[in-house]
Design a protein around this ligand. Structure first.
Ligand code: ZN
Length: 145
């Protein structure tokens, strides 16, 4: 059964990231420095190169890959919660090349910003903590099931 909790937005940040920075490190660093422990993120922009991951469900491990090309961020969406006591940004991204071909996956460190406009919405209330889930092998939210 699905478990969803009602949460309310308290604050929204809108801004841009700096050229030539690491996309995931910048998002995570902002959340840590602003003590954001529950929220959502979306963004658009472009990257100079991308490093993503695909979760191999059979082997329960991430397969990392790099795309060494200039790409548009056609969609970036994700959330902010807590893992091991620190804010963790979990983001998936879809990128497109000059022909419109799309690539996507779980955003990893090593994706370099060309330009990026970001919206971060902060939610009120107790954060969701991540813990190891035996079924999937992933650090999923512990929601009292
Ligand atoms: Zn993911």
């Amino acid at each position: 059964m699905a478990i969803l909790k009602e949460i309310n937005p308290v604050k929204t940040y809108l801004g841009k990231l700096s050229h030539n920075t690491d996309l995931l490190e910048e998002l995570t660093g902002f959340c840590i420095s602003h003590n954001i422990t529950l929220g959502r993120i979306d963004a658009v922009g472009a990257v100079q190169k991308a490093r993503l991951a695909y979760y191999d469900q059979e082997n329960k491990t991430y397969r990392f890959f790099t795309i060494n090309r200039h790409l548009e961020i056609t969609s970036l969406t994700g959330n902010i919660t807590i893992k091991d006591g620190k804010p963790i940004v979990h983001v998936h991204i879809t990128l497109a090349d000059k022909k419109g071909n799309a690539f996507g996956g779980h955003l990893a460190e090593g994706t370099i910003v060309f330009a990026c406009e970001v919206c971060i919405q902060v939610f009120q209330g107790e954060t969701f903590k991540r813990g190891f889930d035996r079924t999937t092998g992933l650090p999923l939210w512990e929601m009292g099931e």
